[in-house]
Design a protein around this ligand. Sequence first.
Ligand code: SOE
Length: 385
Amino acid sequence: MTEHAPATGQAFGVAVIGYSFMGRAHSNAWRNVGAFYPDVPGVRMQTLVGRDGAAVTAAAAELGWADAATDWREVIERDDIDIVDVCTPGHLHAEVALAALAAGKHVLVEKPLANTVADCERLVAAAAADGAGRVMLGHNYRRVPALALARDLIAQGRIGEVRQVRLAYLQDWLADAEAPMTWRLRKETAGSGVLGDLGSHAVDQLHFLLGEPVSAVRGELRTFVTERPGEGDDGALEQVTVDDAAWATLHTPSGVVASLEVSRMATGRKNSLMIEVYGTAGSIRFDLERLNELEVCEVGDGPAQGSTRVLVTEADQPYVGAWWPPGHIVGWDSTFTSQAADFLRAIGTGAQIHPSFADGLAVQRVLAAIETSSAGGGIPVDVAP
Ligand code: SOE
């Protein structure tokens, strides 16, 4: 298969590995991308892959896939598959993505890229190898119109020199101590808890909005509920081996200082990624629970000085034109569709796409440094470039 053309016919055959929450969100994106982005190469929703044959067959029919399979190794070798979309638990990301790259496929991986720095480094090397397909990391919030606009405003200097950033990604689906174990609560499958799950999004947003890496951290991890009912019928308690909440102070080479707070026990917060960027000439505030809105403050004078609520729904604003008329807001799901469109466009043109695997490695190095700092009682830790 040449880099930019489907192996068979005029559409790229897609296989999604995994059919839980992210598998469903990605299926929705592959199903809708052609309708909202007719300019990108076409896709054929070929195969949905999962371990339970009956369950994945039912999910494939429900989500619009041509067929279902239980053996991802067989699927990624098929000639009718051009794109492999990895939506498995984190401990399988590297194995599946490396095999798909070796098979000459284009590869999209859900965040975080992998559970360890070493696995991320292997993926970066494989993606750079001759003949590798295009790759992309699924930090979908880069495709929220308000956050893409925020990045543009910062890059244009509209809030001046950035000094201070506040990041908090808060959910509460684990606030109940009786909420049962899942793969996300075991280190061997998730790598870490909320730090990798939600902290990876927040750190990637810091990199995205500022255009520079994190160079040093101090951090603390906390597990509030150390054991939960297991998934078996007997309800026996199982040890939680990952973090419930994490805090960190992040430093950048240009002198920006950011605070990071992530939790999946923040009672009342359902999916609140709050970002505040404070510059010398203004500031920006965003909350994912109000994802169509951006609060912008540009220092001025006169009686109207203050913050403005911008409803980011104008066709000339990032990632809006493909959707609806002004004021007809988009949803969380739209970010996956816009992400799929950018990936397909990059496959068609051969252009570099972000987040790349190198972007994922940069995030993982920050997360690993936070864990090292926490283990040392909050000591300052430099982040490898
Ligand atoms: C659960 O915390 C979760 O589904 C994350 O895994 C996703 O990355 C985030 O977008 C929504 O919440």
